[in-house]
Design a protein around this ligand. Structure first.
Ligand SMILES: Nc1ncnc2c1ncn2[C@@H]1O[C@H](COP(=O)(O)OP(=O)(O)O)[C@@H](O)[C@H]1O
Ligand SMILES: [Mg+2]
Length: 234
């Protein structure tokens, strides 16, 4: 579905990503893991069209989208739930969700998507009239994911969904990500929570200082002694 081919990204001439190649197949959860500052968000932003490439190619659904403007990518089914959630804090839960559907026209299907989001996250239904900025961190993350789903994407990219969230809710959110994937949606998941991410991933890539240093199935990576030493404290 998605193929990053030897991509490089630089900020003001300073390289951040070097020669990164990543594939995401239809139906997978692919985890992109690594510590802070290693280029995970830069990679997701490049797929969304928010960072331009210094070199390399991005192919989505067989189409070269390297030069495609960011605002044209949601229509292809590419959706990024960004780091830090970026909700509209003064708008209600429901308004935030509806803004996720801005590229869509079919009101019946939009209503079905909203029902689906409310089924996944019943607390959002309860609080649909509440102002988003007054939700807890975990609820705001649910809303950010729900807003992403309202775009009816083919590829859902999640940038650190467990960031700043109480441990109990982290489990709930990662379970729900698995559930969303089981219903057929392909997911590219960025996490500093390496163990949790690899547990639910079909495959994973480890980024270190802007390079892929390891890749493999989630299971193999969890058993890898370098990963265990560097990220799992084993
Ligand atoms: N907008 C930006 N301007 C300049 N440097 C940036 C910018 N965004 C990220 N970087 C740098 O690029 C590198 C990778 O950052 P990032 O992709 O945010 O990593 P991660 O998501 O893994 O924490 C870091 O060295 C960071 O300081
Ligand atoms: Mg990041």
């Amino acid at each position: 579905m998605l193929s990053l081919q030897n991509i490089a990204i630089a900020y003001n001439g300073v390289p951040a990503i070097h020669d990164v190649s990543i594939d995401v197949n239809e139906g997978e959860i692919v985890a992109l893991v690594g510590g802070n500052g290693n280029g995970k968000s830069s990679t997701l932003r490049a797929i969304a069209g928010l960072n331009s490439l210094a070199s390399g190619r991005i192919v989505f659904g067989g189409q070269d989208i390297t030069a495609l403007q960011a605002h044209r990518r949601p229509a292809l089914g590419i959706c990024l739930v960004p780091e830090g959630r970026r909700l509209f804090p003064k708008l209600t839960v429901e308004k935030n969700l509806m803004l996720g559907a801005f590229t869509r026209r079919d009101t019946v299907e939009i209503a079905q998507s909203k029902d689906y989001v409310f089924e996944l996250f019943p607390i959002l239904k309860e609080r649909r009239k509440q102002i988003a900025g007054t939700l807890s961190g975990g609820q705001q993350q649910m809303l950010a994911i729900g807003r992403g789903l309202m775009a009816k994407p083919r590829l859902l990219m999640l940038d650190e969904p467990s960031w700043g969230i109480a441990p109990k809710l982290v489990t709930k959110i990662l379970d729900t990500i698995q559930q969303i994937n089981a219903s057929g949606l392909t997911i590219l998941l960025v996490e500093q929570n390496v163990k949790r991410a690899l547990e639910i991933a079909s495959r994973g890539y480890v980024l270190q200082t802007g390079r892929v240093v390891l890749s493999g199935s989630g299971e193999d990576l969890l058993c890898n002694s370098e990963i265990q030493k560097a990220y799992l404290g084993i």
